[in-house]
Design a binder for this molecule. Sequence first.
Ligand SMILES: Cc1cc2nc3c(=O)[nH]c(=O)nc-3n(C[C@H](O)[C@H](O)[C@H](O)COP(=O)(O)OP(=O)(O)OC[C@H]3O[C@@H](n4cnc5c(N)ncnc54)[C@H](O)[C@@H]3O)c2cc1C
Ligand SMILES: NC(=O)c1ccc[n+]([C@@H]2O[C@H](COP(=O)([O-])OP(=O)(O)OC[C@H]3O[C@@H](n4cnc5c(N)ncnc54)[C@H](OP(=O)(O)O)[C@@H]3O)[C@@H](O)[C@H]2O)c1
Length: 426
Amino acid sequence: MPDWSVKNPYSSILSENFVLNSEGSRKETRHVVFDLGDSGLEYKAGDAIAVIPRCPPELVDEILSMCNFSGDEKVETHLGACSLREALTDRYEVHRVSKKWIGGLGPRLTSDTGTIGIRIVKRQRVSSDDGSLLMDWEGSGVDEDVPEGYAEIGFASNPAEDLWNELTGDAKAMEDYIWSRDYIDVLGDFGHIGFTPQELVDGMDRMKPRLYSIASSPEHEPGTVHLTVATVRYNHHERDRTGLCTGFLAERCEVDDTEIGVFMSPTRSFVLPEDGSIDIIMVGPGTGIAPFRAFLQQREFDGATGRNWLFFGDWTEGGEYYYRKEMEAWKENGLLDRHDLAWSRAGPEKVYVQHLMKQHGEEIWSWLSGGGYFYVCGDKNYMAKDVHSTLIEICAEHGGMSDEEAKEFVETGLMKTEKRYLRDVY
Ligand SMILES: Cc1cc2nc3c(=O)[nH]c(=O)nc-3n(C[C@H](O)[C@H](O)[C@H](O)COP(=O)(O)OP(=O)(O)OC[C@H]3O[C@@H](n4cnc5c(N)ncnc54)[C@H](O)[C@@H]3O)c2cc1C
Ligand SMILES: NC(=O)c1ccc[n+]([C@@H]2O[C@H](COP(=O)([O-])OP(=O)(O)OC[C@H]3O[C@@H](n4cnc5c(N)ncnc54)[C@H](OP(=O)(O)O)[C@@H]3O)[C@@H](O)[C@H]2O)c1
């Protein structure tokens, strides 16, 4: 079987792609099922899969049009030569401008260096009364070459140079600028300043695969990989935008049709205990549920006798209770011994998974001191940090330890030495 990788991904197609949220929910989290076909791809519960997105064609078309390129021009890329259109679609990330690319504009903006002149390929005559377009004119852009009464569009040397100086001289201003802008925004601000097709792509961020925790067990769902994907959507400068991969999956991946490059990203650490009689506690709000659906399917398939405790939560029970039927069935048949649900936007007070952990601290301590494993999956920046400190508090309170001892117990004992506090956070 081929060794599928970033350079040689398997072209999978989807057999399912639907929104898990109920109608009226303001979130869009999808259940996406990849068909592994005859790829020979294998995985275990806990692994992630890498998905290679493609850039939105309308963004690529707009960039080409702003630069007066057809897309057929040849460019060199890190993956070899290809057409400019292919480079912008598959090899670079055009939905967010890169710092390096903006940095690279410098020499082209500085008209007095004498080394690289500014070439403006399109100017327009604009009525001074109402700003309406009177006539198009195309030329070399050399100043004397511009007919009288014609105004530059897209580029004005001083403002663009000023903006470039501001951005490259102030890291915070640069971060703020690139956070909300793609190449269409930036070409609007700086204009087409004499790019060759090669110069246009040089400095753009290379296309990176996105990782997703697999939400299925290979034994329970043979030949397929299930994912739980939160679609990233936002609006900047009056344009709706999406995250690159989640927008691709949500808007441009048709079931049984679109080919999507994938390869496996196996985990060595985020695994079930080999001994099925060991208890496990799983904390996975939001998309953090994904690997725990896989774990539960696997434990059921294995006939594991250890107890399973799941902490899940999201905004509301009505809108974001993902895999409700499966969870309720597992509660019913006893696979899930404990199931605690934290709805953060259901009432006046936020209820988070760590609040429920705290309420059940004594029992969590009892599972842990009996050799149980503790897993966390989902948001790294807030949730996982708070769950971590709550776990330390629980160990201090119920394990009769000082705060320092509890910290040491969790961070050195459980995490490093015994490897039974495991995290899959992003
Ligand atoms: C091991 C691992 C497992 C993962 N598992 C899952 C999973 O099971 N499910 C899941 O949904 N995700 C998962 N992720 C996250 C996933 O890999 C992607 O990062 C995520 O889907 C976003 O990808 P994207 O290409 O759509 O967004 P990108 O185009 O990469 O954009 C995301 C970026 O947009 C930024 N952003 C967010 N809001 C705004 C805004 N308003 N304005 C500007 N920028 C903004 C974010 O900071 C982020 O850096 C996992 C990540 C890792 C590392
Ligand atoms: N920008 C976007 O549009 C977007 C979309 C999807 C996902 N993401 C990112 O992707 C990651 C996963 O998102 P997700 O959909 O899985 O859900 P999520 O954003 O992690 O939210 C899941 C649940 O966790 C709660 N939560 C928020 N802060 C918490 C904390 N400190 N401790 C415990 N729980 C907390 C949320 O409550 P509240 O929200 O009510 O506080 C919600 O109920 C996050 O990093 C998220 O920022 C971003």
